[in-house]
Write a protein that binds this ligand. Structure first.
Ligand SMILES: [Zn+2]
Ligand SMILES: [Zn+2]
Length: 347
């Protein structure tokens, strides 16, 4: 089978790999039916890399597939079933996992410690290929009615669902989302479904602003063409209840924009910047700031959301490409001409 292998120093090479085999009775063999290219994959492929990954592994951590074979320790899954895959399920053994915090799994944070499951597709072979081995604790059933290019959005959606939990949003609240990439758009869709009254999205790219409207934005703003603060003030003189930062370096702006006693959620991830926090504004407005990273106990609800069809997820997938076109997909994302690119490997 053909796999997209990380060769270090910005190199991703399509090469022939043997079809993987079950290594334990708690493994499943999955036929990959859809795998997303994530911003993290682009970070891994930067020179120097902006995200660590193990060299010579097949990338691809946002994926869905069909069960081909299961070990005897997985009696509740059968060949032919469609599954979502949590690529960072936790080892189940370490102190953090035993506390119920698989997102803090110690070997996961150390990379691929021997015998432990670190993030699939970053520290062990992932899904930019035809077949992948997945441990039992990563598997979630999903309705056969969810198309595979939509089910491939499960991992980013599970992270957004986890972040959403923190905000404890109430129907009727007002929200600003900074950035309409896949994450900003998933937030927008979820805020709409949860009853946001005003939903203002800031995004420089016109086609992404248009997609934000389809996801439920009440107002879209191009922050390079107009004063974002003034545009928000026209709709919300007291400022929004919630601001989500889905870009990376904009935490100071998010704090300035949010209303008094508002909540700011930092989701955009860019460790190359260390923005200065406007402390005076933060304390005078008594702003609450949340950070959110990967999902935690949110995959099952992600499968329910997908099965319900309540979110306009089809709008977020801008491109479906065969695996052989992966470099084209990466270029589209680098040139900001795509939203979410889903690769559909064929045997
Ligand atoms: Zn990702
Ligand atoms: Zn663990």
């Amino acid at each position: 089978m053909l796999g997209a292998v990380f060769k270090g120093e910005g190199r991703l090479v399509l090469e022939e790999r043997p079809k993987p085999q079950l290594k334990s009775d708690t493994d499943a063999l999955i036929k990959v039916t859809g795998v997303g290219i994530c911003g993290t994959d682009l970070h891994i492929l930067q020179v120097p890399p902006a995200h660590p990954a193990k060299q010579d592994i097949i990338l691809g951590h946002e994926f869905t597939g069909q069960i081909v074979e299961v070990g005897s320790g997985i009696p509740d899954f059968k060949p032919g079933e469609a599954v979502l895959v949590d690529p960072h399920p936790g080892c189940g053994q370490c102190a953090a996992c035993k506390r119920g915090e698989p997102d803090r799994c110690i070997p996961l944070f150390q990379g691929a410690a021997p015998g432990h499951c670190a993030t699939i597709g970053i520290f062990s072979d992932g899904a930019m290929t035809s077949y992948a081995i997945v441990p039992r604790q990563s598997l979630y059933k999903v309705s056969q009615h969810v198309p595979s290019h939509i089910a491939a959005l499960a991992e980013p959606l599970s992270c957004v669902v986890n972040a959403f939990d923190k905000l404890q949003m109430r129907p009727g609240e007002s929200v600003v989302v900074l950035g309409a990439g896949p994450i900003g758009l998933l937030f927008t869709s979820l805020f709409k479904a949860a009853g946001a009254s005003q939903l203002i999205i800031s995004e420089p790219a016109e086609f992404r602003r248009e997609t934000a409207r389809q996801c439920g934005a009440t107002t879209v703003v191009d922050p390079t063409a107009e004063d974002l603060e003034a545009a928000i003030h026209r709709q919300l003189p007291d400022g929004p209840n919630i601001v989500v930062e889905a870009v990376g370096p904009l935490l100071p702006q998010a704090i300035e924009l949010v209303g008094a006693h508002g909540r700011v959620l930092q989701f955009g991830h860019d460790e190359s910047v260390e923005p200065a926090v406007p402390v005076g504004t933060l304390l005078k407005k008594e702003v609450v700031i949340y950070g959110a990273f990967i999902g935690r106990h949110s995959f099952e609800r992600t499968a329910s959301i997908m099965g319900s069809g309540i979110l306009p997820l089809e709008t977020i997938v801008s491109h479906r490409l065969p695996l052989s076109k992966i470099h084209h997909g990466l270029d589209l994302l680098k040139q900001r001409k795509a939203i979410k690119v889903i690769l559909e490997p064929v045997e």
